[in-house]
Design a protein around this ligand. Structure first.
Ligand SMILES: [Zn+2]
Ligand SMILES: [Zn+2]
Length: 110
């Protein structure tokens, strides 16, 4: 999941420095010296919501081979809002997400 940080004081997003303080990462702005705790809450890449859960996605082997086979599973985040269609279609039926399915929670939807 991508984390993007912006200084809440001056909107600087380039010169930010992090350091651990009591188990929390404190971010410091190199421009205005504002300091704030990093928000570690996973967020949906598409809507920014925090109602995420983790589901499995099938991983196929084979490449160009004629016969593809499921070789494993990958954990991927899904957004309760943006990925609802896929969750209802697959997860609610006890299936994994299809191979190559990119969830809205992990990559912004156009
Ligand atoms: Zn700043
Ligand atoms: Zn979302």
């Amino acid at each position: 999941m991508a984390y993007e940080f912006t200084c809440p004081s001056c909107s600087e997003d380039d010169h930010l420095y992090g350091r651990p303080v009591d188990g929390v990462i404190m971010l410091r702005c190199g421009r205005c010296r504002h300091e704030w705790p990093r928000d570690d809450t996973p967020r949906c890449a598409t809507c920014g919501g925090t109602d995420l859960s983790t589901v499995s996605r099938s991983v196929m082997a084979g490449g160009r081979a004629a016969v593809m086979s499921v070789v494993g599973r990958q954990k991927v985040p899904v957004c309760a809002v943006c990925d609802r269609g896929a969750v209802e279609k697959y997860i609610a039926k006890g299936q994994n997400l299809p191979p190559g399915y990119v969830t809205a929670a992990s990559q912004p939807r156009a």
